[in-house]
Design a binder for this molecule. Sequence first.
Ligand code: S3P
Ligand code: PEP
Length: 404
Amino acid sequence: MESLKINKINKTVGGTIQITGSKSESNRLLVLQQFYPNLKIENVSNSDDSKLMQKALASSLNEINIGHAGTAMRFLTSYFSVKENSVIVLTGSHRMKNRPIKILVDALRDLGSEIEYLEKEGYPPLKITGKKLDKDFVEIEGNVSSQYISSLLLIAPTLYNGLRLKFKGEVTSVPYIKMTLTLLAELGVELSWDDDSILIQPKPIINNKTVVVESDWSSASYYYSLVSLSPNSEVKLSSYKQNSLQGDSVLAKIYENLGVETTFGVNSITLKNTGNLNPSKLMNLNLIGAPDIAQTVVVTCFGLGIECYLTGLHTLKIKETDRLVALKNEIEKLGGVVLITNETLNLKSTTKINENISIATYDDHRMAMAFAPLAIKVSIYIEEPNVVSKSYPDFWEDFEQITS
Ligand SMILES: O=C(O)C1=C[C@@H](OP(=O)(O)O)[C@@H](O)[C@H](O)C1
Ligand SMILES: C=C(OP(=O)(O)O)C(=O)O
């Protein structure tokens, strides 16, 4: 097993980092570019997930393996369903074969798609026979993953009559649905969202358009954590904007309470440790709209010795790993106390952090990146450090640059 030792950081953290485009925005735009070839995309994410998406879209093979990339799996299921005259087997990593997809497949079948399960009912791999879909209304459950909804929305303007999508029950990770809708609207697609229904009008062609992808806010979260834990630190990140499509930009607000001030410049943000922290304060947050920053926030609070109570975490169980269990296991190795349910996490406040602990990463990029900032407090080992490439291949070089 490969493992990376990060020695306790003695320097004040500081520097400037350029992070590539959001993987969520990139993977949406890459699908849309297939429908609208006159769409140009700049600052595309260099993540494995976006490279896998590009490779899949360019592939002439009849079996495509998208590894651990959830958005690629979900978005391509709809994409290949409407790609006429194609028969594709869409598969992924062992974990992907255990991430549910039934809700999306049922919705696509209701619209007329031909999709078969090749192994376990409700899970990848899928055999998808592309065809023209002529229905224009579908109902879908919204509480398991917003990616199923985004996936349908991405093909919606290519359907002859567009699509009316009605939600059953509560909808999770809503900012990601808004991101999809905003990108469609930027391309000129007419749409509306009223209560439990989204209506997308057909749009067979668009005018020439260039979209510059904003850099990835989920990747920025690890610098928020570092700055919060490192007194007097200051880090500049580009290219970011105040009016973001990414729900994880809520970081700026959340970390105000964790001693980090965010200043928006031209295309950049500067994070500064203010030292304004009330260590007795309980961080009580609902992260239903920003599930990917849960690990970062928990580890920051642990490093600061602050109790936190996070809710809205039910989707964490079906991500790259069961992130609730993974967080509990690893924080408890470091000497913390974590109570979890299927949708909440309560970290108790502790003062001591065990040194030289080896953090398991469970094939989850965010486990590796979320625990790295604890090196401000203690020397730590990160197992399988290369997992970071799923979303942020340059993470370790960038981390090294500002911490040494
Ligand atoms: O649509 C997207 O780009 C994403 C939606 C979220 O998933 P869920 O909707 O499954 O929570 C998020 O966790 C994932 O990293 C990216
Ligand atoms: C959950 C994530 O990705 P996905 O669901 O696209 O695999 C993530 O990047 O944290």
